[in-house]
Design a protein around this ligand. Structure first.
Ligand SMILES: [Zn+2]
Length: 104
């Protein structure tokens, strides 16, 4: 599951690419280690060009909170060989929506 901020990063990249190729599509996915991967589908850019652009944006995502987009967020270990990139504000345990209210 790709976090909201990472999804909008992929949309920004897609908008930028459409200046070069109006049919360009970007597919955001999360790889096995938990980091953002951007797959660029383009009829104008070749694989090398598309890969270089995607890697630049992936590097940006690697230090950006995947929930809110806060830059310079910490990478945390979420499990064996899996990381998650979140800021301190978003790094909260998941609370059921119907639970009792809690103070900040
Ligand atoms: Zn955040």
């Amino acid at each position: 599951m790709v976090g909201a901020a990472w999804r909008s990063l992929a949309e920004d990249l897609e908008r930028e690419l459409r200046n070069l190729d109006p049919s360009a599509v970007v597919h955001p996915t999360v790889d096995a280690s938990g980091l953002l991967r951007l797959k660029v589908v383009s009829e104008v850019l070749n694989r090398r060009e598309a890969g270089a652009i995607a890697r630049r944006w992936q590097a940006k995502a690697a230090t950006m909170c995947e929930c809110c987009g806060e830059p310079d967020s910490a990478v945390r270990v979420a499990g064996p060989d899996v990381v998650t990139v979140v800021c301190a504000d978003c790094d909260q345990p998941v609370v059921p929506a119907s639970g009792s209210e809690r103070s900040p």
